[in-house]
Design a binder for this molecule. Structure first.
Ligand code: TYD
Length: 201
């Protein structure tokens, strides 16, 4: 078999309204412009379990987070096995809008049980680089027509705290996302260039 160099998996993290979808799609476009193989994907997925989550997440308020955590973990196993791993093996850099740290921050933070969330997610490898876009809940809420079940400032504060713990544990790279998009993107590109040892500018 042809010896293809494995791609790099970059995930984007942040509370709802942090701008991660805009920033991550911009990074994806930059990779493409520079001629790299790159694949963009999101969680929850649109596969079987992901679709079930979308139905719940958008419609039902008091779903226990233990139940949600198991669904997110199941969706992620399918996502990794059927999509991410295959693309990485073919040499694509994979950018995912959310991945395992979303579960650690959201469900782990809300349940106060990050360890259990880590355990149920231990069937998938961590990303090569996780970029966390940090923003205050107030700013996030003012930016966005935040919809869904996590739109409350006190809930977002808990989730942000859990993300900041991941920063302290050096599992995610923090980027100040309260700045204008151009500055955030520039910072993200610097981190990726350094980590991958490539030129994206
Ligand atoms: P997302 O589609 O990123 O929402 P948006 O585009 O509106 O920011 O994610 C949907 C919701 O699912 C979001 O509120 C975060 C939540 N979520 C978790 O709670 N745990 C997880 O593991 C993942 C992947 C998402």
């Amino acid at each position: 078999m042809e010896n293809v160099k494995r791609g790099f998996h970059i995930s984007f993290e942040g509370i709802d309204g942090s701008g991660k979808t805009t920033v991550s799609t911009n990074l994806y476009l930059r990779f493409k412009e520079k001629g790299y193989l790159c694949f963009y994907t999101i969680e929850p997925t649109f596969m079987r379990v992901g679709s079930l989550i979308r139905l719940h997440a958008s419609r039902i308020r008091n779903v226990p987070q233990y139940y949600m955590a198991l669904l997110f973990a199941a969706d992620r196993v399918e996502h990794y096995e059927r999509v991410i791993r295959k693309k990485l093996e073919k040499g694509y850099h994979v950018i995912s809008d959310r991945y395992v740290h979303s579960s650690i921050a959201y469900q782990g933070g809300l349940l106060n049980d990050a360890e259990w969330v880590r355990t149920i997610n231990n069937r998938v490898p961590p990303p090569d680089l996780a970029i966390y876009l940090d923003i205050s809940p107030e700013k996030a809420l003012s930016r966005k027509k935040v919809s869904g079940i996590f739109e409350d400032a006190s809930i977002l504060t808990k989730i942000r705290r859990a993300y900041l713990r991941l920063v302290e544990e050096r599992e995610v790279e923090i980027v100040d996302a309260e700045r204008p998009l151009e500055d955030v993107l520039k910072n993200v590109i610097e981190i990726v260039e350094k980590k991958l040892n490539i030129d994206l500018t």
